[in-house]
Design a protein around this ligand. Structure first.
Ligand SMILES: [Zn+2]
Length: 260
């Protein structure tokens, strides 16, 4: 076996770290129920909006989430310096990168039906920072050089935060986001911590679930690159339901002691 290939096979092992929150499992029945629920509804449609409207929506939600995200980071023993970057490409995707950078594409605003649904997508990415997933993924992705390209284009495009609190991403960031991917366990953890962040910011956690259903119903559509990095299926919804019940029972406290 060639050394390069061997290295690639070892990388997922290196990326493993102690999770902050693992969450309970779910039963096959819960997964069947989620499958039926996904099949029983319509995929969401894009609500076209102006560039300015989309930017305002993203900025409004990001601003409201930031303090809750910072306190979640503190509770997990980390400090997060948020920088929210708006990417004008019309895809539905968001990503966490760098040191507290959150890239949000225009499609997030256009597909989310409410601020609460948008809040879940953004809070999920903030949770990847809070739970320290980005570092391990950065190491993996840099092997391909693609993440370095994202960071370089951000550095070039970022000249201070505008009045709405958003930085503007460079053209072409969007297509590079597909390299940022996490393990299934990290995704589950980001869903649970993200739900906690949005709840603390006063958003409706029930709408995190409607967003997950929407994403699941969009599966297979080419315009949603979010789904290449965040597979949304019945297992994600079943595990989200189990995690929310568990977090609720624990009064939404974060920390290593909880959830195993
Ligand atoms: Zn994620």
């Amino acid at each position: 076996m060639r050394p390069a290939l061997l290295l690639l096979l070892l990388l997922p092992l290196l990326a493993c770290a102690d999770p902050y929150y693992q969450g309970p499992g779910f039963t096959p029945e819960q997964q069947y129920a989620a499958t039926a629920e996904i099949a029983g509804g319509q995929a969401p449609v894009r609500r076209p909006m102006s560039e300015e409207q989309a930017k305002q929506a993203v900025a409004r939600v990001a601003r409201r989430l930031a303090p809750a995200g910072s306190s979640a980071c503190q509770e997990l023993g980390r400090s997060c310096n948020w920088r929210f970057i708006y990417d004008p490409s019309q895809e539905l995707n968001a990503a966490a990168t760098g040191e507290g950078d959150i890239i949000i594409q225009r499609g997030v605003a256009e597909y989310a039906r409410t601020d609460d649904e948008m809040a879940f997508v953004i809070a999920h990415e903030m949770a990847h920072h809070a739970a320290n997933h980005v570092q391990s993924t950065t190491q993996r992705a840099q092997i391909g050089g693609a993440l370095a390209g994202i960071l370089a284009s951000l550095a070039g495009a970022y000249a201070g935060v505008s009045a709405d609190g958003l930085a503007q991403g460079a053209a072409g960031i969007g297509s590079k986001l597909a390299v940022i991917s996490y393990s299934k366990a990290q995704e589950r953890e980001a869903d649970a911590i993200g739900a906690t962040i949005m709840r603390r910011a006063g958003y409706d956690v029930a709408q995190a679930r409607t967003m997950l259903l929407a994403l699941a119903r969009l599966s297979g559509r080419t315009e949603t690159s979010l789904l290449s990095t965040h597979p949304a299926g019945p297992d994600r919804i079943a595990s989200f339901d189990a995690a929310v019940a568990d977090m609720q029972a624990a009064n939404w406290r974060l920390g290593r002691s909880q959830g195993g």
